[in-house]
Design a protein around this ligand. Structure first.
Ligand code: GLP
Length: 265
């Protein structure tokens, strides 16, 4: 695990990280670079920075295939808070991505189990996910793998827990009755099978979840802890989210030099 701690523009750092990986892969029409994409407040600034890099011609999405991590069940695709709408409005419509290469789980599929299996098949057919980008829920969820999710799970529907419904009510007029109670989400096993994971974790509210992720024992009570088994996990985080880390842990990661040090030193 790598923890990159910076108070300088996390979105810029994340976008730069993606640019490095994407350009190094040198994708072609035949061999696309496959990215897992998140929604959520933390990701918004990353998308702004990616659009900026695209406009400066430093990056292209022409040979990129995307798989979104999750989608609500039971709201129309064109609902203003659906993840389909989020992705279109915050990112896709500004870049050169081929629409046929965009994959987002269908939260309105008549058979959600089949939808989950089909989604996994599509990931396999695309050659697996090269870079999975995610956030972290206050309760330790990643994508919508809520506490007590199987750590061996693949894409399926999941009931959201109260903490998540309250946290996400800010997007639904602060009215928890308007927040969908179920979502389709990639599983923990889906994430573990990706080639590299980048997590973006910011703010005091995530401090407890980050502590569990970095220092805690692997537990289904904090599903993100399963990522400790991933061979290539990078977490970009700010000072506030580190509030509950042990001083020694914090110092260890602050001292490590990595290929991105020049961006946040
Ligand atoms: C949401 C999403 C996750 C996201 C997380 C954090 O509910 N399902 O994919 O990473 O919670 O969101 P935010 O960045 O808004 O805190």
């Amino acid at each position: 695990m790598r923890l990159i701690i910076s108070d300088k523009n996390i979105g810029h750092l994340a976008a730069f990280f993606i640019k490095e990986r994407l350009n190094a892969a040198n994708p072609t029409r035949e061999k696309n670079f496959v990215i897992g994409l998140p929604t959520g407040g933390t990701a918004v600034d990353m998308y702004k920075n990616l659009i900026d890099l695209y406009n400066k011609k430093e990056i292209s999405f022409a040979n990129v295939t995307t798989f979104n991590l999750d989608e609500y069940v039971g709201i129309p695709k064109d609902h203003k808070e659906s993840y389909h709408t989020f992705m279109e409005e915050k990112f896709f419509k500004y870049v050169d991505i081929d629409k046929s290469k965009i994959n987002i789980p269908d939260g309105n599929a008549s058979d959600l189990l089949k939808e989950g299996r089909d989604y996994e098949d599509k990931i396999k057919k695309a050659g697996g996910i090269d870079l999975f980008i995610g956030g972290l829920g206050e309760n330790g969820h990643v994508a919508f793998n809520e506490p007590y999710s199987s750590l061996n799970s693949y894409t399926r529907d999941k009931q959201l827990n109260t903490n998540t419904i309250i946290a996400n009510s800010r997007f639904f007029d602060n009215d928890i009755s308007k927040v969908p109670k179920t979502a389709m989400t990639v599983g923990i096993r889906t994430i573990l099978e990706t080639k590299e994971v980048l997590l973006l974790v910011t703010g005091e509210k995530k401090a407890s979840a980050l502590k569990h992720l970095v220092e805690g024992a692997v537990s289904q009570a904090w599903p993100a802890t399963a990522l400790q088994f991933h061979r290539k996990l990078v977490v970009i985080t700010d000072e506030a989210a580190c509030n509950e880390l042990r001083v020694g842990t914090y110092r260890y990661f602050k001292k490590l030099k990595d290929e991105f040090s020049h961006l946040y030193a």
